[in-house]
Design a protein around this ligand. Sequence first.
Ligand code: CA2
Length: 148
Amino acid sequence: MKFLIINGPNLNFLGIREPGIYGKQDFTALIAYVETVCAENGIDCETYQSNHEGDIVDRIQAAYGNTDGIVINPAAYTHTSVAIPDAIKAVSIPTVEVHLSDISAREAFRKISYVSPVAVKTIYGKGFTGYQEAILYLKTLLADNGRK
Ligand code: CA2
């Protein structure tokens, strides 16, 4: 099974500011965590981070035909992008949307996600653990569909 883990704009600044919202651990720790979860579950994973909407669209398109599942934290693009959910729909790869913070309990604009309608599941407010939950959810979903 091959998963692509995408992180959107500013997540590479994790741990540098706003530890009260996003936690104290930095982006390197998040990637190490995700890679460990994948390795423990026999999943081949690639991570990708970009601050640019079009680059994220390009990376989703490049996954077409060679990736079983996507975990994406679209960050601020969650609340603004139509191109990212369009790309997810176009490649037809099961995708779980993850947010570190509880987007339902913050500013009104964060309650709107353009990605949720195309995601098989949305997880928020669980910090790094949300990525683990997303990976395990996709693993179970794909195993039930006969993928190895
Ligand atoms: O909770 C999440 O994971 C978010 O996707 C994070 C985004 C935010 O725009 C979404 O509404 C919710 C922001 C990521 C920015 O990360 C920072 C890291 C350090 C300092 C400031 C921002």
